[in-house]
Design a protein around this ligand. Structure first.
Ligand code: UDP
Ligand code: MG
Length: 323
């Protein structure tokens, strides 16, 4: 099967999932068989230390042109692994999915139907989410933050990785060279038509979640600092507030010392007020310097300022080529 013919690429990151792989493969292959669409299943081994790599390579050998094995040299993290899979993919539509069968492969058809209706990004909402309370709470925080960072272009659920993307959106994502990408969010910034569908959610079939508390905090921190200069602005605002408080405190001390000569502990309180004003000034200045660093950060990230979806009416159409 030549690359041009592939309509659908399914990208699955795999990290120590040997217990889930046999069922994942059989169910995914069965599900795509029903779609009657040329399709490739790309399994990306993210530096697994169990038999996953071996199993993936074996599956690729047994299903040539159907299963593709991408083996990374080390553990780079879920989103880096997905990006590697996207780079190898050649489908017109791309669907990402987890390897732990929490997202049933049988739902792929639902996402594909929506993509064919012309949506650039199809998100998914987990019906009856089957996760621990801690995991749900952490997700809620991430979802809320991502919604804020996306300036109103919102989706209900960013955590569910069973999602569909059109080729132009994937090409745009691949042009972003920054580290610590969060693909669902990046996709939103390049998409025109987005929608969400409800998909079933099951408990992890085997193995444990690869995200512990520390990894989740790191992800949240990465998201915040990677996409916005909001924390720096907060520093400036805090600085001004502290300085303002210092001035206000100074006025109160002055008035009180006029009323009662002994009030204010012989000027020590006044020193405090001055201290507040200076600390506030330093914080505000730090925030201001931070703004410049933020600008450097945004520029070094080298994210494309725009992305041409297609060009019409030009004879030699090389201006709009994205690949
Ligand atoms: N994963 C990965 N690299 C990692 C961590 C996770 O490729 O460093 C994969 C993992 O194998 C799974 C998916 O990413 O297919 C989601 O991981 P997990 O199910 O542990 O996360 P959760 O469902 O708890 O969000
Ligand atoms: Mg999972």
């Amino acid at each position: 099967m030549s690359n041009q013919e592939i309509t659908l690429s399914i990208v699955i990151p795999v990290y120590n999932e040997e217990e889930n792989l046999p069922e994942l493969l059989s169910r995914t292959i069965a599900a795509v068989d029903k779609l009657n669409t040329p399709c490739e299943i790309i399994l990306v081994d993210d530096g697994s230390r169990d038999a996953s790599q071996l199993m993936i390579c074996q599956a690729a050998e047994e299903n040539p042109g159907r299963v593709v094995a991408v083996v990374l040299s080390s553990n780079f993290g879920q989103h880096a692994a997905v990006t590697a899979g996207l780079e190898v993919s050649s489908g017109k539509y791309i669907i990402t999915m987890d390897a732990d069968l929490q997202n049933p492969p049988e739902e792929i058809g639902k996402i594909l139907d929506k993509m064919r209706e012309g949506y650039d990004v199809v998100g998914s909402i987990r019906e009856n989410r089957q996760d621990t309370f801690f995991r749900k709470f952490a997700s809620k925080c991430v979802n809320r933050m991502v919604r804020k960072l996306c300036n109103g272009r919102t989706m209900q659920d960013y955590g569910c990785m069973l999602r569909g993307y059109s080729r132009p959106v994937i090409n745009a994502i691949l042009r972003c060279q920054e580290h610590g990408k969060f693909i669902p969010m990046l996709a939103m910034s390049f998409a025109r038509n987005v929608c969400e569908v409800e998909v079933k959610h099951a408990e992890r079939t085997a193995g444990v979640s690869k995200y512990n508390l520390w990894k989740l905090i790191a992800l949240q921190y990465d998201l915040l600092t990677g996409t916005s200069v909001f924390p720096l602005r907060l520093l400036t605002v805090c600085g001004f507030l502290v300085a303002l408080f210092g001035v206000f405190f100074g006025i109160v001390i002055f008035i009180m010392s006029q009323i009662d000569k002994h009030w204010g502990a012989n000027g020590i309180f006044a020193l405090f007020a001055i201290q507040f004003v200076f600390t506030g000034g330093v914080l505000a200045a730090l925030g201001l310097i931070g703004e410049y660093i933020g600008k450097i950060h945004l520029n070094t990230r080298a994210r494309p300022q725009y992305f041409i979806e297609f060009v019409k009416g030009k004879n030699h159409n090389n201006a709009g080529e994205n690949k």
